[in-house]
Structure formats: C-alpha cells, structure tokens
Design a protein around this ligand. Structure first.
Ligand code: GRG
Length: 294
C-alpha cells in the first residue's frame, strides 16, 4: 500500500470531520473557540484517529461509523498537549511547529481550551452510532477510563513526580503505559468496537495497541535526543534538560532502539488472528511509527 497517500487521505477525512464537530470561531466565547481550533488544527499527525479508523477497517467496519470516535480521541489528545505545555507542567513554548496555546492566548484561556476539548470529546461520542455488542455507554466508558485518573492522568502524575529522580524500569513502564499507550490502545479499541468486533478480534487489537503504544513512547524518547526542534515541531532535548524518566536515560540509546523493535514485532504478532489483507494498514502503520523521524 502507498502509506503516504493513505495517511494524507485519512488526515483530510479526519480534519473535515473535526471541523464539523467543533464550534465555529464566531461562536461565543470567540476567544475560547479560536484557542480550541488553534491547537486542534495546528498540524498534528492525527495518529490516534488514523489508528482508530485502521482498527475499524481490520475488523471489517466502516470509516464513517468510526469517525466520531476517531475525532473524540484527537480532541482528548490535543487537550492533553495543551495542558502539558502549560508553565505549571512541562512549560513549553513550541508545539506542532508553532507557539503553544498559552503563548498565544494566555494561561487562563489555554486551561479552558483544554477543558473544552476534553468535554467536547464526550459530546462527540454521544453522537456515535452504537454497534450491536457495544452501546454508547460502553464507548463512553472506554474513553473516560483511558483519559481518566487511573490512566492518562495517572501517567502524567507519575511523570511529574519522577522528574529529577532515578527511576527503575518498572516505574518507567508504568509512566509510558499510562501517559501514552492507554490513549493509543483505546483509540484502536474504539475503532474495533465501532465495527462490532467479536471478543477475539477486540483482544487482538488490545494486544496490538498495548505493544504499539509502548513502542511509540520509546521512539518518542529516542527522537527527543536524536532530532532537532525544527524536525520535531516541538522543543527537542527537553527530556534530558528536565531530567525526565525516559528509555534512553534508563537503558541507553541502543538498547532503547532494540526495545522499540521488539515491541513493534510483538505488535505485529498480535494481528495474526486477522485474515490476509484485513490488517494491512495496521501492519504498515506499525512499521511507519518505528521508522518515523518526528
Ligand atoms: C495533561 C493529563 C495530561 C496529560 C499530558 C500528552 C501528555 C500527557 C504529555 C505530553 C508529552 C508526551 C511525551 C506525551 C506522550 C504522548 C506523546 C508522545 C504525545 C505526542 O504525540 P504525537 O507525536 O503528537 O502523536 P501530534 O502533535 O502529532 O499529535
């Protein structure tokens, strides 16, 4: 498959849908809606929604049915970046190749834009079409748990508390599993659910999502020390400067690369239950994420 073309086409579909779901910039309060759109349409890679749609495809579902779930996940992801960039958290001036939300709109509006991106995600899910096996309350629960105090926020808390400390490998894994892998995994589970996946396929997507989610963060850690800010579209080298718990810091760069390859291999293996061709996009995406440069 031509992955570049596939990614571009999917990004377009997702951007169009997000544009439909988000209040216009003329809607009151104008500043808030401008800030939400500023961050949401800042040029993110749209990996989570793309993975959501690819998981739906693997389970022989349809893109339109999965689309609201894909958009909801991207809203939550963007909220987490807006809040993470705040001075009281990671204090970053640069995200997705442009000044961060609080740099443009101020801290107060950035906090509120993040809040509003989080809450609109649930409104979007409430409009999704339920599948036979998965009603709307199951879909809402999936996304609420992944974004909540035991997953995404737990990872962020552990990440904050680990700053400047020596962390062990199991603590590092906890941070990565929750801060990064949980939302990635849920994106794909939601796609599978929209396609009414049976227990065997949902479990395969879950395994795939777990391994891929971890690999994604190991690669993100590697890129932070090997790439420039221009290529990343965010400040490079911040992890070392902030004494963050990362794979290169704990096991070294070469071992981290090996770990990313091992996790990606395990992700591929998890897809063996799918018939030839059904999971082609997921396989291609896993390879792309391993080789990505930003
Ligand atoms: C504020 C609750 C809360 C959580 C913040 C997102 C996050 C948790 C922290 C940001 C820093 C970080 C390393 C997060 C891990 C997830 C990650 C690698 C995010 C970047 O994802 P990409 O590369 O970004 O998909 P784009 O901009 O392309 O969407």
């Amino acid at each position: 498959m031509n992955l570049k073309k596939y990614l571009r086409a999917r990004q377009k579909v997702i951007d169009r849908a997000l544009d439909r779901y988000l209040p216009k910039t003329s809607t009151k309060p104008v500043t808030l809606h401008k800030a939400m759109r500023y961050s949401l349409f800042a040029g993110g890679k749209r990996l989570r929604p793309i993975l959501c749609l690819a998981a739906a495809e693997a389970c022989r579902g349809n893109v339109d049915t999965a689309l609201p779930l894909a958009c909801a996940v991207e809203c939550i992801h963007t909220y987490s970046l807006v809040h993470d960039d705040l001075p009281s958290m990671d204090n970053d001036d640069f995200r997705r190749g442009r000044p961060t939300c609080h740099k443009v709109f101020g801290d107060g509006i950035a906090v509120l834009a993040g809040d509003a991106l989080l809450t609109i995600a649930f409104e979007i899910v409430s409009n999704a079409k339920p599948a036979l096996r998965y009603d709307i309350s199951i879909l809402l629960r999936e996304i609420a748990v992944a974004a909540g105090s035991r997953k995404l926020i737990a990872g962020q808390v552990a990440d904050l508390e680990a700053e400047g400390k020596r962390v062990k490998r199991d603590q590092l894994r906890f941070i990565h599993e929750n801060k990064t892998a949980a939302m990635l995994k849920s994106s794909m589970r939601l796609g599978a659910m929209s396609a009414n996946a049976d227990a065997r396929k949902l479990s395969a997507i879950t395994q795939f999502g777990e391994q891929l989610g971890l690999a994604f963060q190991v690669i993100d850690d590697i890129l932070d020390v090997t790439q420039t800010s221009e290529i990343l579209g965010k400040s490079a080298g911040k992890d070392v400067a902030a004494k963050k718990a990362t794979y290169p810091a704990v096991i070294g760069l070469e071992k981290s690369r090996g770990e990313a390859r091992r996790l990606t291999r395990q992700a591929h293996d998890a897809l063996s239950v799918f018939q030839e061709g059904d999971a082609e996009a997921l396989h291609a995406l896993a390879n792309y994420l391993l080789e990505r440069e930003y």
